[in-house]
Design a protein around this ligand. Structure first.
Ligand code: NI
Length: 169
């Protein structure tokens, strides 16, 4: 099932999400739906709050569906360590058509749980490190525009407000 993606301006995107406590078939179904939703939107990552579910769960696939081994599910993820810096253009499915260069760590290690509740540790660099940080931010109610200068962030906010008023958001 493809969920509608919640856009910037909705409260659910700016609240900390609740831990996943039950690892069952419902969670598997939710994860399948999140992948389907993410691929339909051509995204490389999707966090549960973006479909209105305030749970600490995200899916990532930096291969955009081309490499099955790139499909990652992270329940209750935390960043363990980071290294270096990268400056690249970043976007978010909840802020369609807005992109901006943000600074992120070049490498990031994360700890999470898989679909069975087993503890896993993953390491990523470049786009994957960026995706880890971006998606974990979502679970803490943080959007990528928080990493921009106030000037840039306010400009995006103004444009979104304008679009909301025009019924285009
Ligand atoms: Ni996002």
């Amino acid at each position: 099932m493809i969920y509608p993606i919640v856009k910037y301006g909705q409260d659910v995107l700016e609240k900390p999400a609740e831990p996943i406590e039950t690892f069952d078939g419902d969670l598997q179904k939710l994860v399948d739906d999140m992948f389907e939703t993410m691929y339909a939107a051509n995204g490389v990552g999707l966090a549960a709050p973006q479909i209105g579910i305030l749970k600490r769960l995200c899916v990532i696939d930096v291969s955009l569906g081309k490499d099955p081994s790139a499909k990652l599910v992270l329940a209750n993820p935390i960043v363990l360590s980071t290294e270096g810096k990268q400056q690249e253009e970043e976007g978010c499915l909840s802020l369609p058509d807005f992109h901006a260069v943000t600074e992120r760590p070049l490498r990031a290690s994360v700890q999470a749980q898989d679909l069975l509740g087993n503890e896993i540790t993953l390491a990523g660099e470049a786009l994957l490190a960026r995706a880890f940080c971006h998606e974990i931010d979502h679970l803490n109610g943080v959007l990528f525009i928080k990493h921009l200068s106030k000037l840039k962030r306010d400009s995006i906010r103004r444009k979104v407000k304008k679009m909301m008023k025009a019924g285009e958001w």
